[in-house]
Design a protein around this ligand. Structure first.
Ligand code: FES
Ligand code: FE2
Length: 338
């Protein structure tokens, strides 16, 4: 298994209307992604076969992508169908730009870079369009790599330092958790979590009952955090971290939640709170990568970091070209204070 074998989000579907082209980067590969008039999407390497102008700077004419330099024109399979300087009768034939598989799913456009077929499919966003739920969709650029971003999204200890007041205040509360690595994923099930949610605890969990909280990481780039509160409210934060290159990650975040009768009306507040928290994470993660570039990534761990070391173990398997799902199942109990 290689990084290129997985599906990565290239855009939200509304970012690519019919007869438009957009430019994207995934794993350092430049893509010109365009949609024809029937709605079909094509992802081509963003480089004209003729003199390598960027195709994404061109335009879509009658459903075909026209290079901005001399007008060579490509259909959705990447074939050159027209060379204007050769006249209207000329049939180019046999010239084909590198193209990639595309899938549209749940409002996202996914691209897969590897050329050989496999059984993988894009991640399914939990409770997407489910009755009673709403979704707020965010995009944020982190100047850091996918693994450090994903670790942050399932990291409890930083929350009291990076997000005091708005997320968690340090209260020396004792948490337990079961951590399980299985089938290319790491799942954490928290125990004893009751009320440490900043100023909105009184709304989400007024009874102070135990909160059902799980964090999951799915190799190579997805995290999903679930909170279920006493009153039946359910909040899910799912993040797909897209490697634009080695040290820039575009994170697509779905906040999907059901707050009963408050679901719709609370959208502006939920949006503001989440974006504020993410802005704080962007700052600390950008700072982390600056230091890594200067001094290298030499990490030390405490016992509470087992979640991260198991995430890293899955990522290392992919780096080595192996299937992370084949690593042996492991489970342990951890505890920490926040
Ligand atoms: S470089 Fe694209 S048509 Fe010449
Ligand atoms: Fe955070």
């Amino acid at each position: 298994m290689k990084k290129e074998d997985y599906w990565y989000i290239a855009a939200e579907d509304h970012e690519l209307p019919k007869n438009q082209v957009i430019s994207r980067s995934i794993l350092g590969e430049w893509l010109a992604i365009f949609r024809d008039e029937s709605g079909k999407i094509s992802a081509l390497q963003d480089k004209c076969l003729h003199r390598t102008a960027q195709l994404s700077k061109g335009r879509v004419v009658e459903g075909k992508l026209q290079c901005p330099y001399h007008g060579w024109t490509y259909n959705t399979s990447g074939e050159v169908v027209k060379i204007p300087s050769m006249g209207p009768q000329h049939k180019p034939g046999g010239k084909c730009a590198k193209s990639y598989e595309v899938i549209e799913k749940e409002g996202y456009i996914y691209v897969r870079l590897s050329q050989h077929k496999n059984q993988l499919s894009p991640f399914s966003m939990p409770c997407h369009k489910m009755k009673g739920y709403t979704t707020i969709r965010l995009q944020n650029l982190f100047k850091n790599n996918v693994t450090n971003c994903a670790e942050n999204f399932v990291d409890i200890p930083h929350t009291t330092f990076v997000h005091p007041k708005i997320f968690r205040d340090a209260k020396n509360e004792h948490f337990g958790a079961t951590v399980r690595r299985e089938n290319g994923s790491v799942k954490v099930i928290y125990k004893n979590e009751k009320k440490n949610f900043g100023w909105f605890s009184f709304f989400l969990n007024p009874s102070g009952k135990e909160i059902f909280h799980t964090d999951e990481f799915f190799a190579p780039n997805v995290t999903s955090v679930h909170y279920k509160f006493g009153g039946g409210y359910h909040f899910i934060i799912t993040s797909q971290s897209i490697p634009l290159n080695d040290d820039e990650t575009l994170v697509y975040t779905d906040l999907t939640y059901n707050y009963g009768i408050w679901t719709k009306i609370s959208r502006p507040l939920v949006h503001w709170q989440a974006q504020t928290i993410i802005d704080q994470d962007v700052e600390i993660l950008n700072n982390q990568m600056k230091t890594i570039k200067k001094y290298g990534a030499h990490f030390q761990n405490s016992p509470a970091d087992i979640i991260h070391t198991w995430i890293e173990s899955l990522q290392e398997e992919i780096e080595e070209g192996r299937d992370p799902a084949l690593l042996p199942v492991r489970e342990t109990e951890i505890e920490f204070w926040v």
